[in-house]
Design a protein around this ligand. Structure first.
Ligand SMILES: Cc1ncc(COP(=O)(O)O)c(C=O)c1O
Length: 440
């Protein structure tokens, strides 16, 4: 059987759900990244490092809630905290103590955080960060690095995948895109040339490299960027939606020893429930506060609303999670397993004569058929069909991960890694048998 024949044969209930989904939901999916040809798998439940689909198959999970579940699925402390809170109220329509404790935890753990404001997603956090930076500097342009992802709002949906000069989406006004200046990653001189224009409010980047470290940051770059932005009075924003609390309790800024002005957070910050945050230095963050001066409050303050901001369920899950993440031992454990998995996968690819390699840092791994990207990232689109087929083959063999990377949690085990490597080996074999690597 080919990979896809086996996939279809193993997943009849998912196929049926997909047919219903396509009739009810545009494209059948609710996040572009869940697009999978020929159809996605429908998952019914999850626990620890495992999840089970509608056809009863078990998977070792490296999606881990798009990286949000650093403590794995249904961690007892998180379940308890959420269960207790759900019985006390899911939306109090008021300020509450949990949001205060949550902000205090973020301020204690994240080096740049003097003040924290909660949002409902990473997209909202980067949107707010740009607004704060613009208000703080009185300038309008944002420097964004090619290949870096900051969510889907109009001000960020550009230069995520090559070709970088084609916007990520239709429907974004040209005037909005004009406000974003694109720079190659790892090139401090290119940033400097843009800052010399004098109209740049902020530089935003994923500190460990674009798309969860797909194009890793070179040593020294962040330090140079910090010095350069400070010299030009430009706000430095680290988007730590992925790296926050994962690379270290204080995120990538603690891991690399570079403190930005503002940091955007989501995923782990909300303990696996919906949520995000913007935190940072007191001066820019204070622009969000009412001052009691009617003119200032109306025309100079940064406005921010959101029905579900800091909702108590997310706050409860977040506190239960961040209290455990405060001790660097969980990150050390996940990073060590990440090392083992990356080493094992790179060897498996070599042994099976699969083009490309496995690489990454901390608890994230990337499988690339194109090889590790150069300093400036991938200069051509990846072969999407090969990655789709790999995902299908992996799902046939009990492993689920994102299209080309995976997140190791603090609860994955050596046994999970061994079974994962075996699953990948079988998947690579199935791809080779389908002729995917022929002539490459
Ligand atoms: C670095 C980064 N920033 C922002 C976002 C957007 O976050 P959200 O999906 O919560 O809107 C993501 C999502 O994966 C991300 O990886």
């Amino acid at each position: 059987m080919t990979v896809l024949e086996e996939y279809r044969a193993r997943h009849p209930k998912s196929a049926a759900l997909w047919e219903r989904a396509r009739a009810a939901i545009p494209g059948g999916i609710t996040h572009d990244i869940r697009h999978l040809a020929p159809f996605p798998v429908y998952v019914e439940r999850a626990q620890g490092t495992r999840k089970w689909d509608a056809d009863g198959h078990e998977y070792i999970d490296y999606w881990m809630g798009h990286g949000a579940l650093f403590l794995g699925h249904c961690h007892p402390a998180v379940v308890r905290a959420v269960q207790e809170q759900v019985a006390r109220g899911t939306h109090l329509g008021a300020c509450h103590e949990l949001e205060v404790r949550w902000a205090e935890l973020v301020n204690r753990l994240v080096p740049c955080a003097e003040l924290t404001r909660f949002t409902m997603s990473g997209t909202e956090a980067t949107h707010l960060a740009m607004r704060v930076a613009r208000a703080f500097t009185g300038r309008s342009r944002i420097v964004k690095l090619a290949g870096h992802f900051h969510g889907w709002h109009d001000g960020a949906a550009v230069a995520v995948n090559p070709p970088y000069d084609v916007p990520m989406s239709a429907g974004i006004p040209g005037a909005t895109l004009d406000q974003v200046l694109i720079c190659p990653p790892n090139d401090v001189k290119a940033v400097e040339a843009l800052l010399e224009r004098g109209d740049v409010a902020a530089v935003i980047l994923e500190p460990a490299g674009g798309q969860a470290g797909t194009t890793p940051t070179i040593p020294g770059y962040l330090h140079e960027l910090r010095a350069l932005t400070a010299r030009h009075g430009v706000v430095l924003i680290f988007d730590e939606v992925i790296t926050g609390f994962r690379y270290a309790p204080g995120g990538a800024q603690a891991y690399f020893g570079v403190t930005p002005d503002l940091t955007t957070l989501a995923k782990i910050v909300a303990g696996g429930l919906p949520g995000g945050a913007l935190c940072g230095a007191r001066a820019p963050m204070a622009l969000l506060a009412f001052r009691g001066d009617a003119d200032w409050d109306r025309s100079q303050r940064v406005a921010h609303a959101g029905t579900f901001n800091a909702n108590p369920l997310s706050a409860a899950a977040a506190i239960a999670t961040l209290e455990q993440c405060a001790d660097a031992s969980l990150q050390a454990r996940a990073n060590k397993l990440g090392d083992e998995l990356r080493r094992g996968l790179a060897e498996a690819m070599r042994r099976a004569d699969v083009p490309g390699t496995c690489y990454g840092e901390a608890s994230i791994y990337h499988v690339s058929f194109e090889g590790k990207p150069g300093l400036a990232g991938f200069d051509r689109p990846r072969r999407g069909d090969a990655y789709h087929l790999l995902r299908c083959a992996l799902l046939n063999h009990g492993v689920d991960c994102s299209t080309h990377h995976g997140w190791v949690s603090a609860v994955h085990t050596e046994e999970d890694v061994a079974r994962t490597l075996a699953g990948y080996e079988r998947a690579f074999g199935a791809l080779a048998a389908d002729g995917v690597f022929a002539g490459r």
